[in-house]
Write a protein that binds this ligand. Structure first.
Ligand code: HEM
Length: 417
C-alpha cells in the first residue's frame, strides 16, 4: 500500500511534545493491513505507552495495559458521550415533525449514571444462563455451515462461515425471521463499509438497521414470545416502560456489537489454528482444552479499539490531554504488553496470567462476552471435529482491515478430501 492511501496528517497542537508523537493511521497503516498483530507488537516495541498521532483528525492512542485498564474505568475523564444527551435532545427538536427516530447505540455511548439505567435491563438478557440455552442451536448452525463446504476441500472462511454464523445466531436470539438472513448479511456489509469515520453514512446505516427490525419489534410487543425482543419490551428503562425508540436504540447496538465483533474474532482464531497444525492436533486429542484455547486466542488476537473523548484537561501517564481530545483504547496492544503478559507473542495454554481485556474493563465491559465465548468455542470445536487438518491456502493470502475492529476480510482455507 502506498503512502497516498493514508488519511492526511493534521498539524500537531502546540501542547503535545514531539516525543509523544507517532505517525500511526489506525485505519490504513500498511503494516497493520499486512499482518495486524505483528504490527501492533512492533508498535509496542517502538512507540510510547501513550502517544498522539496526526492521522484521522489527530488523536491519542493508549497502548500499555496499564493505560487502557486505568482509562476504561475512569469515565469522568475518558467519556463515551461523543454527542452528549442534551445536545442530542436539542438536535432532535430541530428535525421536522414526523422524522424517523435516529438511533443511538445505548448504553455504549452514555456515561454513568445515565449509562447504568440503560445497561441494567440488558444484564438479564445476556446472563450466562440465558446464553447457555442457545448453545445447542449455535452448534447446529455451525455444523451445517461447515458441512456445506467440507467436500470442497477449501473455503473462503469469512464468507462461508464467519459471517453467516453470528448473523443467524443473532436473528434466532432476537426472534427475527431466519429467512431474512441474507438481507441482514447485506446490512452488516453496508454498515461495515460505512464505519469509516463518516457520521452521515453511519447514521443512515443505523436507521436502515432499525427500520429492518421495526415490524418484528412491534409484532413482539403485541404477541410476546421467548426471545430478546419480547423480553426487552417487558423491562423498564429508568422506571418507564420501554418505547419503540428504546427498542431501536438497543436493536442497533446489539446488531453492531454482536455481528462485526464475533465474525472477526473467528477470523483471527481460525487463522491461528490454520497456521499451527500441531495445535489443531493437540486440541483434537484434548477437546476439553478448547475453552482455554478460546481465551488465549482472545488475548493473543484482541481486536477491538473503543474510542473515548476527553471530558476535561488532564495529565495522563505523562501525556498532556485536553478536553475534547479523542483517545483510542488500543486493547489489542494492551493484551500484548510484555509488562503485563510474559512473552506475549507466544500462544500459551498454561499462561499464569489469563486475565485479558479483549472485552475491556470498567462499566462498559462487554455485555455479550458469554455469548461471544460460546460462539467462538463452539465454532472451534466443530471445525476441529468435522474437518481434517486445515491450513492457509498459500496461493491466496489473507486480507485484513484496521479501524475500531481490527479484523479479517478474506481467509482462504484448504484441507485434504
Ligand atoms: C468476540 C466478540 C466480542 C468482543 C471482542 C467484544 C468487545 C467489546 C468491548 C471491548 C466492549 C467495550 C466497549 C467500550 O468500552 O466502549 C463491548 C461492549 C459491548 N458489547 Fe461486546 N464484544 C464482542 C461480542 C459481543 C456480542 C456477541 C454482543 C451481543 C450481542 C456484545 C454486546 C456488547 C454490548 C451491549 C456492549 C456495551 C456495553 C456497555 O456499554 O455497557 N458484544 N464489547
Amino acid at each position: 500500500m502506498s503512502q497516498a492511501t493514508l488519511t492526511p496528517a493534521v498539524p500537531k497542537p502546540a501542547h503535545i511534545p514531539d516525543a509523544l508523537v507517532c505517525d500511526f493511521d489506525m485505519f490504513n497503516d500498511p503494516g497493520l493491513l499486512a499482518d495486524p498483530h505483528e504490527r501492533i507488537l512492533e508498535l509496542l516495541r517502538t512507540a510510547p505507552a501513550v502517544f498522539w498521532t496526526p492521522r484521522n483528525g489527530g488523536h491519542w492512542v493508549l497502548m500499555s495495559h496499564e493505560a487502557n485498564f486505568t482509562a476504561s474505568r475512569d469515565t469522568e475523564t475518558f467519556s463515551s458521550e461523543f454527542i452528549p444527551p442534551e445536545k442530542l435532545a436539542m438536535l432532535k427538536t430541530m428535525l421536522p415533525p414526523g422524522s424517523p427516530h435516529i438511533p443511538i447505540a445505548v448504553p455504549i455511548n452514555l456515561d454513568p449514571p445515565e449509562h447504568t439505567k440503560y445497561r441494567m435491563p440488558l444484564n438479564r438478557v445476556f446472563s450466562p444462563k440465558a446464553i447457555a440455552a442457545l448453545k445447542d442451536s449455535i452448534r447446529q448452525l455451525a455444523g451445517e455451515l461447515i458441512d456445506k463446504v467440507k467436500a470442497d476441500g477449501r473455503c473462503e472462511f469469512m464468507t462461508a462461515i464467519a459471517e453467516p454464523l453470528p448473523v443467524q445466531v443473532f436473528l434466532k436470539m432476537l426472534g427475527l425471521p431466519l429467512s431474512r438472513w441474507e438481507e441482514y448479511r447485506e446490512l452488516v456489509r453496508e454498515h461495515l463499509a460505512a464505519s469509516n469515520l463518516d457520521p452521515r453514512r453511519m447514521m443512515q446505516s443505523m436507521m436502515k438497521i432499525a427500520a429492518s427490525m421495526r415490524p418484528t419489534m412491534l409484532e413482539r410487543r403485541d404477541n410476546p414470545q421467548d426471545d430478546i425482543l419480547s423480553m426487552l419490551w417487558k423491562v423498564e428503562v429508568d422506571g418507564k416502560p420501554t418505547t419503540i425508540e428504546d427498542m431501536e436504540n438497543y436493536g442497533v447496538l446489539l446488531f453492531i456489537a454482536g455481528l462485526d465483533t464475533v465474525m472477526n474474532g473467528m477470523g483471527h482464531g481460525v487463522r491461528h489454528l490454520a497456521r499451527n497444525p500441531e495445535l489443531q492436533a493437540q486440541l483434537r486429542a484434548n477437546p476439553e482444552l478448547v475453552g482455554e484455547a478460546t481465551e488465549e486466542l482472545l488475548r493473543r488476537y484482541t481486536f477491538t479499539v473503543p474510542p473515548r473523548i476527553l471530558a476535561k484537561d488532564v495529565e495522563f501517564m505523562g501525556a498532556p490531554m485536553k478536553k475534547g481530545d479523542k483517545a483510542m483504547l488500543y486493547l489489542p496492544a494492551a493484551d500484548l504488553d510484555a509488562r503485563e503478559f510474559a512473552d506475549p507473542e507466544r500462544f500459551d495454554l498454561n499462561r499464569e496470567n489469563k486475565v485479558h481485556i479483549a472485552f475491556n474493563a470498567g462499566p462498559h465491559r462487554c455485555l455479550g462476552s458469554h455469548l461471544a465465548r460460546v460462539e467462538l468455542q463452539v465454532l472451534y470445536e466443530e471445525m476441529l471435529a468435522r474437518l481434517p487438518t486445515f491450513r492457509l491456502d498459500p496461493a491466496r493470502p489473507p486480507k485484513f482491515h484496521g479501524g475500531h475492529v481490527v479484523g479479517v476480510d478474506v481467509l482462504h482455507l484448504i484441507w485434504d478430501v
